[in-house]
Design a protein around this ligand. Structure first.
Ligand code: FMN
Length: 369
């Protein structure tokens, strides 16, 4: 049904326009009490066995919405209504900015993929903090806040920019993510080098502790799938050294070669980050590498090409406590999270593990046992 609708309507529209249209419907539905209760009953059934504890937080399940879909925190209830167990808003930058010129989002339908060079279009951390502060929660959920660098701010001043956003947003965040892995802000990914990452994460940690004193806001870093293996290890070691709470693996890739892409070569050549099915293998490999290094000491979040329950289950077995998705939602539609939960619950039941937590990293533990 959604596939037919996608082919008849969304596919014929500019991808960014289609996004805003769908987004408007979701927000509208979430504002109508009877409708949102009905939609949530169908699309967001809760499974007791999938209840998850991560980052010191209790969640309905392990599967959340990846950053970039709700950049300005306007649809938290709407996305919860569609079954996502946590919503990561952002990326938010200290200053508001329009992002890159349009067109900047492309669908690679035969590859079940997207290319985007949005460039952190967002209203800025002051406006988003105000919105989060004024929010009256309809559905209980976990809200992650993902922050990045304002484009106009030079790389050398990046720390101050992240600190400003942290001071404004940390108190509204169930967890905070330092995004240093988007390919669409020039120089951003250089911040993944440990010499840059250490002072950045230290400053953000301190700013979070200064601005929120009644609890410890969990801090995570989100990394690119394009990091060399030794750089993945270096981030893992740094995370342990700094007492970071988690690592999100991965963002989009700038790679195109060797991914077996079938879409129009002109589209494939578009500049930006590639997401969806083609990034699956590398995202999973990065996750495995991280888990081998940090084990259960740090919460790992698996994202990149998670299309269905089997993909999510593989991430969990590889070491992810939480799993996220974005691109597949565009292709699978409103039943995406529901199908994922149902399939995950079935897989857990058929597995030798009594709880989801027991399944986390089981694949690696089996190899090393
Ligand atoms: C259009 C679009 C915008 C995105 N914007 C952000 C962003 O602002 N911040 C971020 O950390 N990740 C962003 N991402 C990356 C996703 O959060 C995710 O890491 C990536 O797409 C891989 O997951 P997927 O294959 O399920 O889409 C964006 C992805 C897409 C497709």
């Amino acid at each position: 049904m959604y596939k037919l609708f996608f082919n008849l309507v969304f596919k014929r529209m500019d991808p960014e326009q289609a996004h805003y249209l769908a987004f408007r419907w979701i927000r509208l539905a979430a504002r109508i009490p009877v409708l949102r209760t009905l939609v949530a009953a169908v699309l967001a059934p809760r499974y007791k066995e999938l209840r998850t504890e991560a980052l010191g937080l209790r969640m309905h399940g392990p599967f959340g919405l990846a950053a970039g879909f709700d950049k300005n925190a306007v649809a938290i209830d709407g996305m919860t209504m569609l079954g996502f167990d946590h919503i990561e808003i952002g990326t938010v930058t200290a200053e508001p900015q329009p992002g890159n010129p349009k067109k900047r989002l492309f669908r690679l339908v035969p590859d079940r993929a997207l290319i985007n060079r949005m460039g952190f279009n967002n209203e800025g951390s002051a406006a988003v903090a105000e919105r989060l502060g004024a929010r009256r929660e309809v559905f209980r959920t976990t809200v992650g806040v993902n922050i990045g660098k304002t484009k106009a701010v030079p790389e050398a001043d990046a720390v101050g920019d992240y600190v400003t956003s942290t001071e404004r947003l940390a108190r509204h965040a169930d967890y905070l993510v330092v995004n240093v892995s988007s390919p669409n802000t020039p120089g951003l990914r250089n911040l993944q080098a440990t010499e840059s990452l250490r002072p950045l994460l230290t400053a953000v940690r301190e700013a979070a502790d200064r601005s929120v004193q009644d609890r410890r806001v969990p801090l995570l870093v989100k990394i690119a799938p394009d990091l060399a293996d030794e750089d993945v290890d270096a981030v893992a070691d740094l995370a342990l050294e700094l007492g970071l709470d988690g690592i999100i693996a991965t963002n989009t890739t700038i790679a195109r070669d060797g991914l077996g892409l079938k879409s129009d070569p002109a589209l494939v050549k578009e500049t930006g980050g590639l997401s969806g099915a083609p990034v699956k293998e590398r995202s999973l490999a990065v996750l495995r590498r991280l888990y081998a290094r940090v084990g259960d000491r740090i919460t790992l979040v698996g994202v990149g090409g998670v299309e269905n329950a089997e993909d999510a289950w593989q991430r969990i077995l590889a070491g992810a406590t939480l799993v996220q998705g974005y691109s597949a939602f565009i292709y699978e539609g409103p039943f995406y999270a529901r199908a994922l939960h149902k399939g995950l619950a079935a897989r857990l039941k058929a597995s030798p593990y009594a709880t989801l937590a027991e399944a986390v990293g089981a694949e690696t533990r089996k190899v090393t046992a």
